[in-house]
Each structure stands twice: as structure tokens, then as C-alpha cells.
Ligand binder design. Sequence first.
Ligand code: NAP
Length: 370
Amino acid sequence: MQIKKIGIVGWRGMVGQVLMERMQAENDFALGDYTLFSASATGQSFDGKMYGRDFGKILDAADINALKKMDVILTCQGGDYSKQYYPLLKRQGWHGYWIDAASALRMEKDSTIILDPVNMHVIKQALQRGEKTFVGGNCTVSLMLMAIQGLLKEGLVEWISTMTYQAASGAGAKNMEELVAQYDWVGRGIQKLNTAQSALELEKNVTSLIRANQIPHDHFGYSLAYSLLPWIDSEYEMGQSREEWKGFAETNKILQTTRPIPVDGTCVRVGVLRCHSQGLTIKMKQDIPLPEIEGMLKEANSWVKLVSNKKDVTLTQLTPAAISGTLTIGLGRVRKMRLGESFLNAFTLGDQLLWGAAEPLRRMLRILFE
Ligand code: NAP
């Protein structure tokens, strides 16, 4: 099938904007004819100057006839959109490729979770079978797999425990704006008191402000500012959150393991704007010397950057402030644990809007063109 027409849905959101920037940077827009669809900005003309291109009129993301004309639909609109329009298009006999950032279709039998530096062979097999549904993985899972690919590809991992520190933008544009609004609201509340405060008084005043019902909380439901939220997504089985469940389910689907690798832990939202971090405990199948482990980790792909386990480099290079907005997968704090010689400690972080979302999607489009 020759690919010419590509429809992009959800380009206005957090993932969508990052995707558009990356496509512009990599000259992906030169590859075909692009049409922009939106559920809420229909009919407007989009000044695509910032992407070096005239995209013409924005079409309605609910216009099935317009969608059906596309060879590829690339969507970052969200799960509800995918659940509604993907089956509708299929029922109407549409045979194009569907590339998606949302989780809704990830675990479907005929969909492939895409992370090509890690599972290019799985993607190629799916294409050879004629499959056409390709879905980006959960951001935290994709970032973890990029970080420890060196150990996974050698079959050295028995199980992984992940403790995550996930940024506000992982929940979307409105949530990220809400976090900034919360900090601002608290800051203004403190200023209004207009009195000298000891550190303890300051803490009491801030705490009372983050407990107040007036703090902006429409999207998170609670204050994330000056706090954290140890539950992401809905309740799932066995006391897990749905985000935690994805760790096991998606890791093993991405890698197409014959013997599933157990992955489990606690996913926590923290007051960071962009960039997901995670602390890992990895149970290795063998006791391998640390220098060998480090060698495998840093050579696995072009994006992982191993930082030596020293305080100064860790604090300058292994933070959301350093990594945010880059394609680098930071990895450090790698050491054997007191739990035993086959237990490895690591800390990793990456921009969840890039490798955790937009980058695998635009690379999948490239794979289709190639
Ligand atoms: P988002 O920022 O909430 O945007 C989703 C859509 O909301 C937009 O494309 C836009 O679609 C609509 N929208 C309505 N009002 C808007 C406004 N004021 N500003 C921007 N967009 C507005 O969500 P997202 O974070 O990009 O996530 C999209 C999908 O990717 C979700 O399924 C999410 O689970 C998945 N994902 C997200 C991340 C992440 O880090 N955020 C990572 C991996 C996967 P219309 O133009 O059609 O109205």
C-alpha cells in the first residue's frame, strides 16, 4: 500500500504539540500530504508557519468520510476518541494504518506496541502479517525499557520493581497548567498574609492553603503542589492502580516474552512539570560484575546516557531540569544492593512526551514510509 495521505488528530494537546515539533525538526512533513483534524477547533484555518507548512482548514475529527480518505491516521487525541472512531472506521471498511498514543487499543490482539529501538523485530513481524494498528506504549514503561535495554536483551533480568516519580504533564495539558496554578495560588495566599513568618509558620500556612477547597483542583482533584499523589489512573486488580498494571502487561507485550518478566511497584505523581523518573530494583538472573553491567547498559542504544554513581554528576545530570526537552534517557545510581549481589539499584528518567509518547509515533510513520 502506497502511503500518501496522513491525518493527524490531537495535535493541539501536550503529546500532539511535541509530536509536531519533532516532525518539523526531522523533516517528516516532507514525506506526504498532511491533514489536521480536531474535535474542538474545527473549521479554523491553522497557521502552520511554525511548522513551515500550510495545513489548510482544520477538519472535524468526527468526520468519518474525511478520515476514511487517509492512508494513515496518527492520533494523540486520547483513549475515548480511539475507542469511538477506530471501530467505526474499521466497520466502514477502512484499511489504513492507525498510529495511536492512547492506551485504549494497546492490549488488543492485532495491535503492536511500538518502541522500535527495543522491539523493531516485533514491529516488522506485525507488518509482515499485514497488521495495521500500532500503539505507543505507556510512557513510564517505554522509558524504563529504553534505560535497561542492555540487560533485557541479554536475558539477564529475573524481575523488576519500579517506584515512579511522574510529572504533571503526563496527565495532559490541563493538568500541567493546574499544577502551575496551584503553586501560584499558594504563593499569592502567602503574600496576602503580609507578615514575617518563621519557617514553621510558613509550613503551617502553606499546608493549610494546600488543604483548602479553593485551591485549583478540577483536574487532579487534590493539591499536587507541595505534595504528591500516590495513585495514577483508576483502581485495578490486586490493589494495583491501572498505571502499575501496565508495567507488567506492556513490558511483556513490547518484548513479546515467552516467559513473562514480573514487573511491579508504586506509581506516584509528583510536582514536576515534565519528565518521568523512576527508581528501579532489578533482580538479575546472575551475579555479574558491575563494570560489565555498566558496559551493557550504556551500549544498548544511542539515547541512554549512563551517569557514574557520584553525587555531583548525579545532581547535575540526572534531574528533570537537566533531561526535560531532550531525547536523552538518563540512567544512574547503578550499584549492587545490600539485599544481595544479584540485586541491582538504578535510577532513570526521560522526557515522557518525547520517548514516552511522541517519538515512537513519528518513527513508526517513518517505518511505514520506508
Ligand atoms: P491533552 O494535552 O489533554 O490533549 C488531548 C486533546 O485534548 C488535544 O489534542 C485536543 O484535541 C484536546 N484539547 C481540548 N482543549 C485543549 C486545550 N486547551 N489545549 C490543548 N488541547 C486541548 O492530552 P495529552 O497529554 O496530549 O495525551 C494524549 C494521549 O496521549 C492520551 O491518550 C494520553 O494518555 C497519551 N499519552 C500521554 C502522555 C503524556 O505524557 N502526556 C504520554 C504517553 C501517552 P482536539 O483538538 O481534538 O480538541
